[in-house]
Design a binder for this molecule. Structure first.
Ligand code: CP
Ligand code: NVA
Length: 308
């Protein structure tokens, strides 16, 4: 069996002290990068990136980030590899993890990445599954802290689908002690077990999205139809019509509330153009911070707690 290694398969795989370390390192790594100061702690290290779904930000941020840390990244997808021809995920993990130092996977069910990790000799990072998107929430929370200070005790309003992003916000609320106000259409409610929650103490559900947004420090949403659920698109367009984050919803949030969206966004569906392109939106910083926060994550998983 593979030796025990640290993976990032869901948000709660790391504890609060580890996240505090990652946020501090993200700040250092970002500042260094902005000053064009070379930082190559991962020289000779290789990341394999396995994509079973499309990506712009995740691929680019991991690939560029690995290069900027002195290492290299290899892109693999289901179409061109034996993974697409039915090679067992356990066998793929045994082989791939003998050739590289770290693996990032974007796939469908969480079970696939869990099985891969169980047979991997090296750290495995979740680059999005149907259930979770922990790297995105890492960047989102760093972005919140960068703009507004500590997130502990704050309120995040989630408007829309109880998808991988929503589940990960809920896990993060438990780990970092903040609250999530969730509003989903009927039939799309949070499933606490699927979200991997310990309790319901850190979130509250609201039938009306306006009530979820009231007083919130951050309002966030995501597409109505996630990758892998395209067959439900027509049905979802109808069900989610009243769950668009618009100017009215932002007006009942805290006066200094931020708006976030992991992107790609659909203006006129889950978010009004006036909101995503408005002054409270931090979506471009949020996207950029994928790069910096994942560099901190790669450093931590491969080298431990670096302090220089
Ligand atoms: N937010 C995000 O993960 O974007 P991509 O699908 O482009 O990677
Ligand atoms: N919930 C979306 C996020 C895309 C980054 C999806 O899974 O398609």
């Amino acid at each position: 069996m593979a030796a025990i290694v640290k993976h990032f398969l869901q948000f709660k795989d790391l504890d609060r002290a580890e996240f505090e370390h990652l946020f501090a390192r993200t700040r250092v790594i970002k500042e260094r990068f902005k000053r064009y100061q070379p930082y190559h702690p991962l020289a000779d290290r290789t990341l394999a990136m396995i994509f079973e779904k499309s990506s712009t930000r995740t691929r680019l941020s991991f690939e560029a980030g690995m290069h900027q840390l002195g290492g290299s990244a290899i892109y693999l997808n289901t179409r061109d590899t034996q993974l697409g021809r039915g090679e067992p995920v356990e066998d793929a993990a045994e082989v791939i993890s003998r050739m590289v130092d770290v693996v990032m996977i974007r796939t469908f069910e969480q079970d696939i990445i869990e099985r891969f990790a169980a047979h991997s000799r090296v750290p495995v990072i979740n680059g999005l599954t149907n259930e979770y998107h922990p790297c995105q929430i890492l960047a989102d929370i760093f972005t919140f802290i960068e703009q507004r200070g500590p997130i502990q005790g704050k309120t995040v309003a989630w408007v829309g689908d109880s998808n991988n992003m929503c589940n990960t916000w809920l896990q993060a609320a438990e780990v970092l002690d903040f609250n999530v106000h969730v509003s989903t259409p009927p039939g799309y409610e949070v499933e606490a077990e699927r979200a991997g929650l310990f309790s319901t103490a850190h979130y509250e559900e609201f039938a009306d999205p306006m009530d979820a947004c009231r007083g919130a420090d951050l309002v966030t949403t995501d597409v109505w139809t996630s990758m892998g659920f395209e067959a439900e698109n027509a049905e979802r367009m109808k069900a989610f019509a009243d769950w668009q984050v618009d100017v009215e919803m932002m007006s009942v949030a805290a006066a200094d509330a931020l708006f976030m969206h992991c992107l790609p966004a659909h203006r006129g569906e889950e978010v009004a153009a006036e909101v995503i392109d408005g002054t409270q939106s931090v979506v471009w910083d949020e996207a950029e911070n994928r790069l910096h926060s994942q560099k901190a994550l790669l450093e931590y998983l491969l080298l431990g707690r670096i302090t220089n």
